[in-house]
Design a protein around this ligand. Structure first.
Ligand code: WT7
Length: 656
C-alpha cells in the first residue's frame, strides 16, 4: 500500500473553487447530514435531483428487508426526467450528445432531437403491443439508437435489459429466456475497429436455439446495410416502425420502485444473474453522483468511454449526464483504431473536460505510447481536461501516475470510482474538488453510503487491517432483487453469516491506518475481473465441460496480468491422453473458440494447461489455491502431501 502521508494529491484550486462539493469541510458536512438524519438526507436529494409527478410521502421502507423500498409512493418517469425536463428548462437546443462513429464521422444531437426520437420509438413499441412491465432486450452497438432504445423503454415503463454486443448467441439466448423478453432491439451489424461484426445474425441464432418463445418482434436498426436474413412477420426495420409515429408520447408514470432495467452480471456460482434496478432511487443516484463525482457543470464536455452493455454505460451515459442536462461524447469505436492515439485525438477535437475510462484501457495505451511516439498523448492538446476518472478495477499506482501526468498534465484530479453493477452508481470515490488523492485508493464513501470493512462475523476491523467490504445501510440505487430469484438475491448479498444485516459487496478492502482511506484488495469470491469485465470461474468451467467430446474436467482460476488486470487460466483434463506440443496448441485453440461461442470472446482463457488429472484433496476437492500458484508461475508452497498424484504438478507447468 502507498503511504498516504507521502503520496497525497490535494484537490487543486482550479477545480476546488466553484466545485459543487468544494473542500473537505463541504464533504464532511454532507456526511454529517446523512448521519444525523439518514432518510431525511436522501429525501432532500430526491426532491432536488428528481422531478416527481406525485411526490413521495415515505422515504425508506425496511419492513421487508433486505428487499428495501425507496420513495415507493412517489411517481415519476425516468425519460421525462432526462429529456422533457431539459427541454422545458430551455435546453431544447443544447447538444446532449456529440456522437463519433468508428470511422470518425461526427454528429450532434440536441435534447429536442433526442426527445423526439425517443417519443417516436416509444410510440412504435406501444404499437407493437409492448406494455408497462414487459421486458425488452437491447443488443445494440454504441449509438444514438441504442441510447434512444433505453430511453424509449423507460418512457413506456418497459424494463430493458441491455446485452453487450460481444456476448455470443448462447449467452444472449440465456438472457432473453431468463428475462422473458417480448421484443429485441438490435442492429444489422456493428462497426468497430474498421470491421463489421454481426448482431442481427446472432439474434437470429439465439432465437433459433429455443426457449425464447416470448419474443414477438425484432426491431432492427440499419447501421451498416450489411446482408442479413429476414423473418417476415417477426422482424421490423427501426426506420419503418418509427417513420410515421408522432414525435410526442405521453410518458408512463410509474412508482419509484418500478423496475427500470435488468442487467445480467456474473456471480460466483451458476448462470449470470439479472440484477434488477428501480426507477426513482436509481435515477437519483445516477444524477447526484454524476454531478458531485465528476463535478459536471453546464459547460462541461463529459466523455465516458464505457459501452451501454455494461452498468457504467447505463449510469454514466444513458441516464446520469442526461438527467443533469449535460453535454457528452458518445463513441462507437475502439481506443486503438485507426491508431492508439484515438482517445487523445477525440479529447482534443471535442474539447473534452471530464474523461472517464478503465485502467485496462490506460495500461494498453501506455504500452502503445511507449512503443510509438506518434500516438503519445504529448502529440495532442489535452488542455481542455479538468477531471479524470477511473472505473472497473483497481488502478495500479504506476498507471495512475502516468494518467495523472501525461493525460491530466499534473493538474487534473483522478476520481478512482469504486462501485458495482449492483450498487447502481459510485459508492466509494473521491470528490474532485474536495478529496486529497492517493494513487491506488478509491478514498472515501460517497456522502450517505455507509461503507465499512468487517470480519467474517460482521464486526468492524480496525483501520490498517484487511477485511470484507460491506455497506451497512440500504441506499437508494441498490439492487432490488435478482430477477426471478429472490432467494439467490438474499444468499448472495445478505447472507446469514452476517445475520442478513449488511450488503456484502464481494470484495475485500483495507482502510489506511491514518486516513481511513479505502483500498479494494480484490474479489473474495470466484469472480474474475478481466479488462474490467466480470466473469465467473464456474461459468467458464461449465462452458468448457459442455464440450463433451473433448473435456472431462476443467477448473478455472485467475492470475495477475499487466494489461488486463487479471487473466483467465484454465486447467483441463481431456477425455483422451494428455496432449503436448502442436497437438496441445491445436486443442487449446479449439477450446478457446468453443468458450468464445458459448459465452463470448471476453471469456476465452488466456492460458490453458493440460493434466491427466487436477490436483485434489483426498475428499476430492480441487485445490484451487494450488492452481492459482501454478497459474502465476510461482513455486508451489502449499502442502501437497495429500495429492493423489503429485506428478501432475509437473504436467501443469506448461501453458498453451
Ligand atoms: C467489480 C464490479 C463499477 C462498474 C464497472 C464494473 C471491481 C470496480 C473498482 C475500483 C477496484 C473495482 C470490484 C467490483 N471494481 N471498480 N475503482 N477499484 N475495484 O462493474 O462488472 O459489476 O464489477 O469491479 O471488484 O466488485 P461490475
Amino acid at each position: 500500500m502507498s503511504d498516504a502521508t507521502t503520496a497525497l494529491y490535494p484537490a487543486p484550486d482550479s477545480v476546488s473553487k466553484g466545485a459543487f462539493v468544494s473542500g473537505m469541510p463541504a464533504y464532511e458536512k454532507l456526511v454529517a447530514e446523512a448521519e444525523a438524519d439518514y432518510a431525511g438526507y436522501w429525501a432532500r436529494l430526491a426532491r432536488e435531483f428528481v422531478e416527481w409527478k406525485t411526490p413521495f410521502t415515505k422515504t425508506l421502507d425496511e419492513s421487508q428487508a433486505p428487499f428495501f423500498k425507496w420513495f415507493e409512493d412517489g411517481t415519476l418517469n425516468v425519460s421525462h426526467n432526462c429529456l422533457d425536463r431539459q427541454v422545458a428548462a430551455g435546453l431544447g437546443d443544447k447538444v446532449a450528445i456529440i456522437f463519433e462513429t468508428d470511422d470518425g464521422k461526427v454528429s450532434r444531437h440536441t435534447y429536442s432531437d433526442l426527445l423526439a426520437r425517443t417519443a417516436k420509438l416509444a410510440n412504435a413499441l406501444r404499437a407493437q403491443g409492448v406494455k408497462k412491465g414487459d421486458r425488452v432486450v437491447i443488443y445494440m452497438p454504441m449509438s444514438i439508437e441504442g441510447i434512444v432504445s433505453m430511453q424509449a423503454c423507460a418512457r413506456i415503463g418497459a424494463t430493458h435489459s441491455v446485452v453487450f454486443g460481444g456476448f455470443s448467441a448462447q449467452s444472449l439466448r440465456d438472457r432473453i429466456q431468463d428475462a422473458g423478453a417480448v421484443l429485441v432491439l438490435t442492429a444489422d451489424e456493428q462497426q468497430r475497429g474498421g470491421k463489421q461484426l454481426p448482431l442481427k445474425a446472432i439474434v437470429d441464432e439465439a432465437l433459433s436455439l429455443g426457449g425464447c418463445e416470448s419474443v414477438k418482434n425484432v426491431i432492427v436498426y440499419k447501421r451498416t446495410g450489411g446482408n442479413i436474413a429476414w423473418h417476415e412477420g417477426r422482424d421490423l426495420w427501426l426506420h419503418d416502425v418509427t417513420e410515421k409515429q408522432p414525435d410526442t408520447a405521453e410518458p408512463e408514470w410509474v412508482s419509484a420502485e418500478h423496475p427500470l432495467f435488468l442487467l445480467y452480471t456474473s456471480g460466483s456460482t451458476g448462470k449470470p444473474k439479472g440484477v434488477q434496478h428501480s426507477s426513482g432511487g436509481y435515477l437519483l443516484h445516477a444524477a447526484v453522483t454524476t454531478k458531485w463525482t465528476f463535478d459536471l457543470h453546464p459547460d462541461d464536455i463529459f466523455w465516458c468511454t464505457a459501452d451501454i452493455g455494461w452498468v457504467t454505460g447505463h449510469t454514466y451515459i444513458a441516464y446520469g449526464p442526461l438527467a443533469l442536462g449535460g453535454t457528452q461524447v458518445v463513441f462507437e469505436g475502439i481506443p486503438t483504431f485507426p491508431d492508439a492515439g484515438r482517445f487523445w485525438k477525440m479529447i482534443q477535437d471535442h474539447k473534452v473536460s471530464i474523461f472517464y475510462t478503465a485502467p485496462t484501457a490506460i495500461r494498453s495505451l501506455i504500452k502503445a505510447a511507449e512503443g510509438n511516439e506518434a500516438v503519445h498523448p504529448k502529440r495532442y492538446d489535452l488542455t481542455s481536461l479538468r477531471i479524470l476518472g477511473s472505473v472497473g478495477e483497481p488502478i495500479n499506482p504506476a498507471a495512475w501516475e502516468w494518467y495523472h501526468q501525461h493525460i491530466g498534465g499534473g493538474r487534473c484530479p483522478i476520481v478512482d470510482t469504486f462501485w458495482q453493477t449492483e450498487t447502481g452508481g459510485h459508492v466509494i470515490t473521491p470528490l474532485p474538488g474536495a478529496t486529497p488523492l492517493v494513487p491506488g485508493s478509491c478514498t472515501l464513501p460517497f456522502p450517505g453510503i455507509q461503507a465499512a470493512v468487517v470480519d467474517e462475523t460482521g464486526k468492524d476491523v480496525p483501520w490498517g487491517q484487511g477485511g470484507i467490504l460491506v455497506i451497512k445501510k440500504p441506499w437508494p440505487s441498490m439492487i432490488r432483487t435478482i430477477y426471478g430469484d429472490p432467494e439467490r438475491f438474499k444468499k448472495s448479498y445478505y447472507p446469514e453469516d452476517f445475520k442478513g444485516k449488511y450488503y456484502l459487496a464481494g470484495d475485500g478492502a483495507i482502510r489506511d491506518a491514518k486516513t481511513g482511506y479505502f483500498t479494494i484488495t480484490g474479489r473474495i469470491d470466484d469472480v474474475l475481473n478481466v479488462s474490467g469485465h466480470r466473469m465467473g470461474t464456474m461459468e467458464i468451467e461449465s462452458a468448457l465441460v459442455a464440450h463433451t467430446d473433448l473435456v472431462a474436467e476443467a477448473a478455472v482460476v485467475g492470475r495477475p496480468d499487466d494489461t488486463t488486470g487479471e487473466a483467465i487460466c484454465a486447467f483441463v483434463v481431456l477425455k483422451r491422453p494428455r496432449p503436448t506440443g502442436d497437438e496441445a496448441k491445436a486443442i487449446a485453440k479449439e477450446l478457446r473458440d468453443w468458450v468464445g461461442k458459448e459465452i463470448g470472446p471476453i471469456a476465452k482463457p488466456k492460458d490453458i494447461r493440460f493434466g491427466d488429472n487436477l490436483p485434489k484433496t483426498r475428499s476430492g476437492k480441487i485445490m484451487r489455491r494450488l492452481l492459482r500458484s501454478v497459474a502465476k508461475g510461482e513455486a508451489v508452497t502449499q502442502d501437497t502431501s495429500t495429492l493423489e498424484n503429485p506428478a501432475i504438478l509437473d504436467q501443469l507447468g506448461q501453458a498453451y
